[in-house]
Design a protein around this ligand. Structure first.
Ligand code: FSX
Ligand code: SF4
Ligand code: F3S
Length: 399
């Protein structure tokens, strides 16, 4: 905890500077840094180091390459609901080459890339968006007469660190989808991810598109500590991809109580029940979508929160590979320690949330797997039982 004097001096310092550079009051800026420190799982007080780094450290030069993709990754960074995120990203990095944003074209663009690479040799951050085609000599994606493979090798050679942003660059994503027709064993253009092409590990931020906040937090980690954050074996930062979606989903209590939507628009779907039986891949997908949300517009703004099953877009072998409505493989059957809040019904008897919590406690006692097998057989039975109970109570009241 900061003492009052330090906190006041930090708040007062640079109020104008905060407004000018980030469009934020000093207090809002420090709050944002505290949020980033929390997201990164850093110790209390780290927000000060982050704030200082954002304000004073030399912004790393970034060369951003675009290959086979839809530019959704860049769009999600730049189309934040309010300008904070995009402003901060552009204050944290020096975006020296980005094909879809720079004004230059043709020879001038090529010249800008070469100059930025020479000026920051061995120090620039290489960000790659999009998959790399490998079939037929890589001719399916060429920029300035060079194949994506050639450009990647050239730019990676002198980079301080490499970040593959989006599922396409992480492992091939949508362009790597293999047609489900006889005779096909790879995608039509043989698309692959950055690590596969370079033959060395890189930090990956998958998602189609990924959450821009995860990119910002990764870049801020680099700026503050000079290193990229700790990752899993697929190169994904653990702070963002360390937990299954299913572990933090706001519909989890419904899952554990056996309350499932069985069809889009049915009673269960309207009640916000679990989407597992509609093909939700949350149980086999690692990402922080439920805790972070998208687009700075508050809670529940993520696929499952909006009523659609997760398609596993951050997970190789799940997103763009498994059919959308195939049920997910359960990677973890243990109930979570804490349940996210769901809307509770107030009134007589047991609320839906407390019923789910009790089911989970019973589940832990009976063994997660056995309880899971029992509850997956349920659909609307819990709701139907509740309704029947209410009707009985109403009939009694009338008598
Ligand atoms: Fe698109 Fe990016 Fe998907 Fe790929 O995001 S949102 S196709 S991950 O590379 O532009
Ligand atoms: Fe949430 Fe999907 Fe898990 Fe259901 S299956 S609790 S909707 S993540
Ligand atoms: Fe993608 Fe699933 Fe998150 S579809 S955006 S990983 S909820």
């Amino acid at each position: 905890m900061l003492d009052e004097k330090t906190a006041t001096s930090l708040l007062e310092a640079g109020e104008e500077e905060s407004q000018r550079r980030f469009g934020l009051s000093r207090r809002e800026f420090l709050k944002f840094c505290a949020g980033l420190a929390g997201t990164l799982g850093l110790a209390a007080g780290s927000e000060i180091a982050i704030a200082r780094a954002i304000e004073t450290a030399k912004r790393p030069s970034v060369i951003w390459l675009h290959f086979q993709e839809c530019t959704g990754c860049s769009e999600s960074l730049l189309r934040a609901e309010h300008p904070t995120l995009e402003k901060l990203i552009l204050e944290v990095i020096s975006l020296d080459y980005h094909e879809t944003l720079m004004a230059a074209a043709g020879d001038l663009a090529e010249k800008a890339r070469k100059e930025a690479m020479a000026a920051h040799k061995g120090q620039y951050l290489l960000v790659v968006e999009g998959a790399i085609p490998t079939k037929d000599g890589g001719i399916y994606c060429k920029i300035g007469g060079h194949t994506a493979q050639e450009l990647l090798a050239e730019c990676a050679a002198d980079a301080a660190a490499i970040i593959a942003v989006g599922s396409c660059a992480s492992w091939g994503g949508m362009p790597s989808t293999v047609p489900s027709l006889p005779g096909w064993s790879s995608s039509p253009t043989g698309s692959a991810g950055v690590a596969e092409i370079l033959g060395r590990p890189v930090v990956t931020i998958p998602g189609c598109p990924p959450n821009p906040y995860n990119f910002l937090a990764t870049a801020v980690h680099f700026l503050t500590f000079g290193t990229l954050p700790a990752t899993d074996q697929l190169g994904r930062p653990l702070f963002a991809y360390g937990r299954l979606i299913h572990e933090n989903c706001e519909r989890r209590a419904h899952f554990d109580a056996g309350r499932f939507a069985m069809a889009f628009g049915d009673e269960g779907h309207r009640q916000g029940y679990c989407l597992y039986k509609l093909g939700c891949k949350g149980p086999e997908t690692y990402a922080n979508c439920p805790t972070l949300g998208f687009g700075d517009v508050g809670e529940s703004n993520w696929p499952v929160g909006c009523g659609h099953p997760c398609i596993g877009c951050t997970e190789k072998g799940v997103g763009f590979t498994k059919p959308i409505h195939t049920v997910a493989k359960m990677l973890n059957v243990a109930p979570p320690l804490h349940y996210p809040r769901i809307s509770e019904e107030v009134g007589q008897g047991m609320s839906f949330a407390s019923a789910a919590a009790l089911a989970a406690i019973a589940g832990a006692a009976a063994g997660g797997a056995a309880m899971l097998a029992r509850n997956l057989g349920l659909s609307h039975q819990a709701a139907e039982a509740q309704k029947a109970k209410q009707q009985t109570a109403e009939t009694r009241a009338e008598v």
